[in-house]
Design a protein around this ligand. Structure first.
Ligand code: NAD
Ligand code: UD1
Length: 331
């Protein structure tokens, strides 16, 4: 049987680099494209160390039609895993046009070239942020959608474009709505490298653990949760990329959004405690005011992923913390 060739956009990024490893190990040939706006080829050095060879990479921007045309002319793609996008919520509020141009504009160019070359099979990186903040967790895929920031809006708009495209039964489209990805590859060669001050909780805790920052600022302890701090569903990045393989191999025409989380909820204080006990180190923290735009609870109902994809998370939160710590301390 000939090897299927998969295009991975954003494949030098945090999740994309793990996906390149997982798809290659599952027997696919990957072609990664990335403009390196939020990553570097260091990630591909790590990928090469894990695989023992360097997968194909072409540097370029998904908004660049001539670049896309060159790549689609060069390779006969079976389908696309679409990670490329900007993801910083705060930055998106300051630069909404950049976010719409990059994420929505880039996706439109990608879908256009796919249509032109008859490549109509795609898995898209969406986010739990597309759910309306008034929904009560556990969140199910049929719940009300609505966003609170431009980043979230770009994800929702792209979902809607894909839903429209998939009215044509030749298209097979899955949007995976990620909850909170954490952790790193167990080799320690690839992981998350936040640019500047980390926005997300675990990278911030790791910065405190390595002594780069003094203490974790806990954004509010007056939520209606078991200890008053925000509750989230943290999903290991290796489990997350496994879900992409299952989603890619789930052949169905039409449009299907699927939650990818664990269904397990963890508070900010619980996460700090889990890291402390996993790495046997005290993590200083201070309770501060709520972060604007945050909600009390966000965790997934993961029944649809189990039912359709036969996928479920297998790594524990301790595995994710240890792998994340291994990556951070190696650097
Ligand atoms: P990341 O920033 O590490 O990776 C995204 C990659 O896309 C980067 O390497 C960046 O250089 C590249 N890129 C951005 N714009 C591009 C463009 N116009 N052309 C080509 N390449 C471009 O982010 P990540 O954490 O790996 O996230 C991957 C995807 O998953 C993103 O779409 C993100 O919105 C989505 N997502 C991430 C999270 C999370 O917490 N990490 C949660 C939900 C959804
Ligand atoms: C954030 C984004 C969301 C994005 C997700 C994954 C916001 C408002 N939302 O979600 O759009 O999809 O990341 O990338 O930015 N916390 C602290 N101190 C910190 C950092 C976080 O207490 O320094 C708390 C938060 O208040 C929250 C929890 O930790 O309760 C998790 O925060 P974070 O990792 O930023 O993820 P989300 O808020 O879920």
């Amino acid at each position: 049987m000939t090897q299927k060739i998969i295009l991975i956009t954003g494949g030098t990024g945090y999740i994309g680099s793990h996906a390149v490893v997982a798809f290659e190990q599952a027997g696919y040939q990957t072609v990664t494209i990335d403009n390196l706006s939020n990553s570097s080829l260091d990630a591909f050095d790590g990928v090469e160390k894990i695989l023992g060879y360097r997968p194909i990479f072409r540097q370029g921007d998904i908004r660049d039609w001539d670049f896309l045309k060159g790549v689609f002319f060069e390779f006969a793609f079976d389908g696309v895993i679409h990670f490329a996008g900007l993801k910083a919520v705060g930055e998106s509020c300051k630069k909404p046009i950049l976010y719409h141009n990059n994420n929505v504009g880039g996706s439109i160019e990608l879908f256009r070239i796919m249509e032109e070359y008859g490549v109509r099979h795609i898995v898209f990186s969406s986010s739990a942020t597309v759910y309306h903040p008034d929904n009560q967790s556990p969140l199910t895929e049929d719940m009300r959608l609505g966003t609170t920031n431009p980043y979230g809006t770009t994800k929702l708009v792209i979902e809607k474009i894909l839903e429209d495209l998939a009215r044509d039964a030749q298209w097979s489209v899955i949007s995976l709505r990620y909850f909170n990805p954490i952790g790193a590859h167990p080799s320690g060669y690839i992981g998350e490298i936040p640019s500047g001050i980390p926005n997300n909780l675990l990278p911030y805790i790791m910065d405190v653990a390595i002594g780069k920052r003094d203490k974790v600022l806990v954004f509010g302890d007056d939520y209606d949760t078991r200890d008053g701090t925000g509750v989230r569903d943290y999903i290991d990045v290796c489990d997350l990329v496994d879900a992409h393989i299952s989603a890619y191999e789930y052949h169905d025409s039409g449009y299907t959004p699927i939650n990818i989380g664990t269904g397990i909820w963890v508070s900010v204080l619980e996460m700090i405690e889990l890291v402390q006990s996993a790495i046997d180190q005290t993590i200083s923290y201070e309770i501060t005011s709520r972060r604007s735009g945050d909600i009390a609870e966000c965790y997934a109902n993961v029944s649809l992923a189990k039912k359709l994809l036969w996928w479920t998370a297998t790594r524990t939160i301790k595995d994710s913390i240890m792998n994340g710590w291994n990556f951070v301390s190696n650097r």
